[in-house]
Design a protein around this ligand. Structure first.
Ligand code: GCU
Length: 608
């Protein structure tokens, strides 16, 4: 991130008065040789139009933030050495392009791998204004426009809604405004109960009034607050279920409170039974979101957006697209991605997400979602993302949120060119390494869509039975004969939540795409894959290959001329990744070898 910011040439040691002033500042420093005219046209909203008017002269036309987005798009193309078009018109596909920070008031970050919170310390807001402006630049440069600064698990005393926190929060909103970024707050559904009201029942008049008055107070301090983000009835968080109410009743009550101010309620659908008995074979966790929400389609207020994780579980290396995203046709939907590498290597292992996101977008009809959210991977580390190469996920997320048709290769290759001064060959090597990193990680970790073989709670490193007898509903049930859960119509019926064409693609293990095989099917180790290998052989092969690929990544990284301090951080984390890959490879292979008794056909070392 730092490297990209440095390409902009000038530090921002003032708060710009407007996006237009900022656009002018950025263009004049990053591209002083060009003559760029800015022409405001509010009718273009967040969009912009770029026109060449002479050899070295251009005009950018746009609404207030459109001018800024146009300027950054122009600067990036130019600095990345791409040819500048004579004419380009662009506008964002999604209205809210959000970053969700899981930052706590005490300064810690839930699932944070890049240092402590950028926003909080010691129970209250506390930030470096300079870094806030850098963050504003980072967001605006990729078109992101909403920043939720606090954790969806709102732990007391994170009370952004309270009177004494509002002036500080308003000052923060002032910093982000010229970057086209609006703040959002996560709220606790039971908040009224901290203020003398005996209930949080969404249909109770005192509760409704409390939220209305609170919204009025908050919006008088921050008139352009994007809205409230809510995690309710999930993993111990309070919610409408306590009062026998459904989630439309809960969300609509909050929506009424913020409606007069143009606010939005973003309501998360990550709701499931997290106290499941592993003996219970009827409950299948991926079915939960659909069961809680699909029947409410059409009942949510127009300023409610349901935020659905991209897969039905929880950010595993491979999951199918959530059936809720396909099925709720009369409800505003946002899809939630996770930049923080909770299950994907903790920003120690290299894991470039855009190829995974592309697969999800390619399954979604283009008009199914109207907004996009991503759990942040940022923190107080000097480079913002802990691992310098994890910044590619922040950058490419922004590009996708603007244009979901963005392809992986040009997006990653542009990020590399903006970040490092490499030769074409070096740029090509790093781009290729980044693009294949997710597949490599997938190979050495959990096989063929099975998920959840990770160390419990911390979620780094292998522990194939770690969650098997736990409460979280994440079982693979490997025994000496077979592995996986049958989620077809003859099993838990999860697959029936999808449209028919989708069901047909996955219901038969003979034709189901390999990489989803163990997500949908329970299969014997001797099952023949499409290429003739047995399932157990495929598991062994993938793990050995994944580890070999990690070694090859290490070799490539050593040849690349990263500047310091990136080089030292990248190489030392690569050593850790190699250790992790070896551990995964050996433990998973040994686990299945002990169960199945099957030998590796290629005679490689599997420990007893
Ligand atoms: C995961 C994660 C939690 C988080 C939750 C959520 O379960 O481990 O830390 O709170 O997702 O998305 O709400």
């Amino acid at each position: 991130m730092k490297a990209w910011l440095s390409r902009l040439k000038a530090d921002l040691d003032f708060i710009p008065a407007s996006p237009e002033e900022l656009a002018r500042f950025e263009l004049s420093h990053a591209l002083p040789e060009l003559d760029c005219k800015l022409v405001p046209d509010p009718s273009l909203g967040e969009g912009y139009r770029l026109e060449r008017t002479g050899d070295q002269a251009f005009t950018i036309t746009g609404g207030p933030s459109g001018l800024l987005y146009g300027a950054y798009a122009f600067i990036q193309r130019s600095l990345a050495g791409e040819s500048l078009p004579d004419f380009l018109e662009s506008s964002p596909r999604y209205a809210l392009r959000m970053i969700n920070c899981w930052d706590n008031a005490d300064g810690s970050v839930e699932r944070g791998y890049s240092g402590s919170s950028l926003f909080f310390e010691g129970g209250r807001l506390s930030y470096d204004p300079f870094r806030m402006r850098e963050l504003g630049r980072l967001m605006a440069s990729v078109g992101l426009n909403v920043l939720c600064i606090n954790n969806v698990n709102v732990h007391f005393p994170a009370q952004l809604l309270l009177e004494d926190a509002l002036p500080d929060a308003a000052a923060l909103a002032d910093i982000f405004r010229p970057f086209g970024v609006r703040l959002m707050f996560s709220v606790d559904f039971s908040q009224p109960m901290r203020h003398g009201i005996p209930t949080a029942d969404p249909l109770d008049n005192a509760v409704r009034t409390w939220w209305k008055e609170t919204a009025a107070r908050v919006y008088s301090a921050i008139p352009d607050l994007a809205g409230f983000l809510v995690k309710a009835d999930s993993e111990g968080r309070p919610g409408p279920f306590t009062y026998g109410r459904n989630h439309a009743e809960g969300a609509n009550m909050l929506a009424d409170a913020v409606r007069p101010f143009g606010g939005t309620v973003v309501w998360r659908c990550f709701v499931y039974n997290c106290r499941q008995d592993w003996r219970d074979t009827k409950t299948d966790r991926p079915k939960a979101a659909w069961e809680h929400y699909a029947y409410l389609d059409g009942q949510f207020a127009d300023n409610v957006i349901l935020q659905v994780k991209h897969g039905p579980f929880d950010f595993q290396v491979r999951e199918p697209v959530s059936p809720l995203l396909l099925g709720m046709k009369k409800t505003n939907l946002a899809m939630e991605l996770q930049l923080a590498q909770e299950y994907t290597g903790h920003q120690v292992d290299i894991y470039t997400m855009i190829p995974m996101w592309r697969e999800v977008f390619d399954e979604l009809p283009s008009d199914r979602i109207m907004s996009l959210a991503a759990v942040s991977n940022l923190g107080r580390d000097d480079n913002y993302t802990g691992h310098p190469l994890a910044a590619v996920n922040f950058y490419t997320y922004g590009l996708l949120a603007w244009d979901p048709d963005t392809e992986s290769l040009p997006a990653v290759s542009r990020w590399v060119r903006l970040t490092y001064a490499f030769s074409d060959t070096e740029e090509g090597k790093l781009t290729e390494l980044l693009l294949s990193s997710r597949r490599t990680y997938e190979k050495y970790t959990a096989p063929l869509g099975i998920g959840w073989m990770v160390t419990p709670h911390d979620h780094y490193g292998p522990n194939p039975s770690g969650y098997e007898y736990d409460l979280w509903g994440t079982y693979h049930k490997a025994n000496r004969d077979a592995v996986g859960i049958d989620r077809t119509s003859s099993g838990t019926g999860y697959l029936l939540q999808y449209p028919e064409s989708y069901q047909r693609k996955y219901e038969n293990p003979e034709t189901c795409p390999d990489l989803y095989l163990l997500f949908y099917h329970r299969l014997p180790y001797a099952f023949r894959m499409k290429d003739g290998r047995t399932l157990i052989q495929r598991i062994y092969d993938d793990h050995f290959e994944g580890y070999e690929e990690a070694k090859a990544m290490c070799t490539v990284l050593r040849t690349l001329p990263f500047p310091e301090p990136d080089r030292q951080v990248i190489l030392s984390r690569m050593d850790l990744q190699l250790g992790n890959a070896r551990e995964w490879c050996d433990i998973i292979n040994t686990f299945f070898h002990r169960l199945s008794g099957a030998e590796d056909e290629n005679g490689r070392k599997i420990y007893d």
